[in-house]
Design a protein around this ligand. Structure first.
Ligand code: PGA
Ligand code: ZN
Length: 439
């Protein structure tokens, strides 16, 4: 049974240069590991609390010294010397020590850093790769690698608000390996970069998650350009490469209306706009098509588009078991965007995952816009058999750390990319299946 010998923490900087938390967990017996937590910008209102110092003379108030001190003192004092048979026991102990509903006292950033460092140290102690340890935590066998969904264009809070839609992502739908998926995406990204230079006379400047962010006239222009880039890269849009979008509509929803491209839409108007996009573009996944507060209309959205694309909840669900139960009961979504730091412990994220699977939903394992060079997310996406992984663009080392880890896991395990395995078994490996069947 792993016994914590010592916990220690450090304030480090994330990909936006903002402070975040790194924890080290040393176990009795010598195994030790370090893990770092990411941070969002387009955050859901129901997320667990990321504790910031609030001292405006330092990092604009974003310092994490208090969260770090909570690991070095409160958590270390309470947990060092104690044995934890399972990840769940440790996480429950930290939730109890915190004592608030949203981890506001110790900070979800402090608690998650310890949760992850303990998992990694325990995996090291067992002598198994982290992805295997994550699979064992859930009690699922290793089966597939997740299909990457990769940012081509960025808007919303990640790109200075120049266009409301936050992400247009490419889905290398016909790729049969991770290696092929990344090579396909690279070709699309390069074509998009050339298009951006040609059409907008812009150098390749990228947003928080590495997506290109030219001044699109409107959402439709953003989607048109994505389809053009796929075609110019030599792929058939909708057959070989599809699109996913993160509408992140909570951020342009005010007083019950969606303020999009100079129009003010009610919920039905927003649903009709998404339906129009589905008619025109090869979109297979729609994240946060409606706002996190617009619960009443999500079932209508799911009924309208659910047969054609994933109805993916990010801000709506916040990886929060209670919100997932509510969405499931209402028929409000068909897929969970899983971000571990929205809830703050691995065990609670695992509960969110189980609930989503029990509802028959797809699961996309997601990074945040503020990331670190840590690559645990790739192991999590493989261990928990995510259908998709969403890490951002195929640029910037904090994103590539995850893609490179996926390549290493692929080389080590020879696991098939999700769904390609079924096609192989049916002897149709050369046939390109209709898009929707891949998700
Ligand atoms: P965030 O954005 O990490 O800034 O919350 C990611 C997303 O909305 O999917
Ligand atoms: Zn989102």
């Amino acid at each position: 049974m792993p016994t914590i010998a010592q916990l220690a923490a450090l304030e480090i900087l994330d990909s936006r240069g903002r402070p975040t938390v790194q924890a080290t967990c040393m176990l009795a017996g010598g195994a030790a590991a370090t893990a770092s937590v990411p941070s969002g910008a387009s955050t859901g209102a129901a997320e667990a609390l990321e504790l910031r110092d609030g001292d405006h003379t330092r990092y604009g108030g974003l310092g994490c010294r208090r969260a770090v001190a909570h690991i070095n003192h409160d958590l270390n004092n309470a947990l060092a010397g104690r044995a934890f048979a399972t990840q769940g026991e440790l996480d429950a102990a930290m939730v109890a020590l915190d004592g608030t509903p949203n981890k506001a006292r110790l900070g979800a950033n402090a608690i998650l850093a310890v949760s992850l460092a303990f998992a990694r140290a325990t995996a090291a102690g067992r002598g198994v790769p982290l992805y295997q340890h994550f699979a064992d935590l859930l009690g699922v066998p290793l089966a597939t690698l997740p299909r990457p969904t990769i940012n081509l264009f960025s808007g919303g809070k990640h790109a200075g608000g120049q266009i409301p839609i936050q992400d247009v992502l490419v889905v290398p739908a016909a790729a049969r390996t991770m290696d092929e998926a990344l090579a396909t995406t690279y070709a699309c990204f390069q074509a998009a970069a050339q298009l951006t230079a040609r059409k907008y006379s812009m150098r390749v400047l990228t947003a928080d998650e590495g997506g290109l962010a030219p001044p699109f006239a409107n959402a439709q222009a953003m989607l048109d350009d994505a389809v053009t880039a796929i075609r110019e890269a030599g792929f058939v849009p909708g057959r070989e490469v599809a699109l996913a979008i993160d509408v992140a509509s909570s951020h342009f929803y005010q007083d019950g209306r969606y303020h999009l491209d100079g129009r003010s839409l009610d919920s039905r108007g927003m649903i009709d706009t998404i339906l129009d996009w589905l008619d025109r573009y090869p979109i297979v996944s729609v994240e946060d098509g409606l706002a996190e507060d617009d619960w009443a209309h999500w079932p209508e959205l799911a009924a309208a588009i659910g047969g054609r694309a994933l109805v993916l909840g990010d801000d709506l669900l916040c990886t929060n078991p209670a919100r997932i139960r509510r969405a499931r009961a209402m028929g409000a979504a068909t897929a969970l965007l899983l971000k571990v730091n929205q809830i703050g412990t691995l065990s609670e994220a695992a509960e969110a995952y189980r609930l989503a699977r029990a509802a028959g939903w797809r699961v996309t394992i997601s990074a945040r816009s503020g990331e670190t060079e840590d690559n645990w997310l790739a192991d999590l996406a493989v261990g928990w058999a995510g259908d998709q992984i969403k890490v951002g663009s195929i640029t910037q080392s904090e994103r590539l750390a995850k893609y490179n880890r996926l390549l290493a896991i692929e080389a080590e395990t020879s696991l098939p990319l999700v769904r390609s395995e079924k096609r192989e078994r049916k002897g149709r490996s050369n046939a390109i299946k209709p898009l929707w069947s891949l998700l």
